[in-house]
Design a protein around this ligand. Sequence first.
Ligand code: PMP
Length: 443
Amino acid sequence: KSSNLKGYAPICLGLEDFYTRRLYLRIQDCFGRPIASAPDAWFDVVERYSNDSNKTLHRTTKTSKCLNLGSYNYLGFAAADEYCTPRVIESLKKYSASTCSVRVDGGNTKLHVELEELVARFVGKPAAILFGMGYVTNSAIIPALVGKGGLIISDSLNHNSIVNGARGSGATVRVFQHNNPAHLEEVLREQIAGGQPRTHRPWKKIIVIVEGIYSMEGELCKLPEVIAVCKKYKAYTYLDEAHSIGAVGKTGRGVCELLGVDPADVDIMMGTFTKSFGSCGGYIAASKEIIDHLKHICPAHIYATSMSPPAVQQVISAIKVILGEDGSNRGAKKLAQIRENSNFFRSELQKMGFEVLGDNDSPVMPIMLYNPAKIPAFSRECLRQHVAVVPVGFPATPLLLGRIRICISASHSREDLIKGLEVISNVGDLVGIKYLPVEQEET
Ligand code: PMP
C-alpha cells in the first residue's frame, strides 16, 4: 500500500498450467502486468559510451544517462582500450566478423589456436577448447562429459546453463546445499554406498559442479573443501569461473589463485569471455585427454560456427594486458583497482545497514530486498536518479529472496562509487528497506 510502491503492489495468483496441470504462482502488479514487465524498472534499449569505459548507459527510450553499476565489465575491457581495440580492428579487417565455418571445416584460424594455448597457460591447465557462447559451453559440454550411468552432483544455486547441461546429459542429477561441502559429502556417501556398506562404485563417473563466484550471491566457492571431498570419493570437479576468472586473484587467475588451490586439483575448468575480458564466448580447460575427447565428440565444437575472430582477438589482447605482456603494468593496476573498489563499496553498503551478500574481494554484490514488489521499484527509483542496478527476482532466485545486484568494475572511479552509494541509500529509504543494525565505530 506504500505510495512509493504505487503500481507495484504484488498480487499473487495460483494458476494451473494448461498442459502439465501443475499449479504455479504468478506475481503481478495491480494492473495485471507480470512484475517482470513493470515499466521503468528494466533497462530496455540502451546505448553505450565506449569512450568512458562503458560506465554510462544511455537509455534510448528515456533519454537518460545512467552510471552503470550492472555490467560484468569487471576489468573495464568492455570499452575502447589502447592495446586491445587497434588489434581487434586489425583482426576484423583481416578475418571479418565471422568465419562462417565450424572449427573442423574452415573456421580454425591462427587466432583460435593462439587463444586456446593462451587460456590453458593462463588458467594453469595443459589444454583448452573454445566455444562461441559461455552458456553453450556449460549446456553442451556437460552432456559430452557424462551421460547415462553417470552422476552429477550440482550446487543448489548453480547457473541455469549448468542446470540445463546436467538435465540434458541423461546422467542422474543430485543437488547439494549451496556452498556446503559437508552436505556434498553426505550426498556423495549416500549415492556411493546407498546408505549401505558396498564394495563397488555404482556410477560410471561422478562429476561435482560448482562456481568460483556465485553470480546471484557474490559468494566465493569453498573450493579447497569441495576438492578434498571430491578426492576422498574419487569424483571429478567441474568449476565454472564465469565471474571469477580475470576478476579475482593477484594476477587475475581466478578463485584457484585467490584461495591457494593448485589448478591441477580441478579436473575441468570452465569460464566465459563475456565478463572480465570484455568479449564473448567460453572455454573449457582441462587435461589433453579430456580436451581431445571434447574436440572429437562435442556437437557444439563439431557443428557450431567458431568464435568470431575479433572476439577471439579481444580476449587474446585482454589476457596479454592482464599478464603485463603488452609491456605495461595496466593489468596489475586494473586488478588492484577492482579489488579496492569492490571492498570499498561492500564495506560502505554494510556500514549503511544494507544486507549485502557475498565475500570480500568479490565484485558481485547483491542487496537483499526480499519482497518481490520492491525489486522493480528499487531499480526504477535508481534509474530515475541515473544509476543502473540489476533487478533480480524469481525465477533467478527463490520467490521471496528478491534482490538487486551490483557489479563493480575497475573502471569505476571513487566519485562514481560515492554517487552510487548516495543513490542506493536514498532509494533504500524511499522503498522501505529493513536495515540491519550497524555496529558503531569507537571514537
Ligand atoms: N555461467 C555462469 C555462472 C554465468 O553467470 C553465466 C552468465 N552470466 C554463464 C555461465 C553464461 O555465460 P555467457 O553469458 O557468457 O553466455
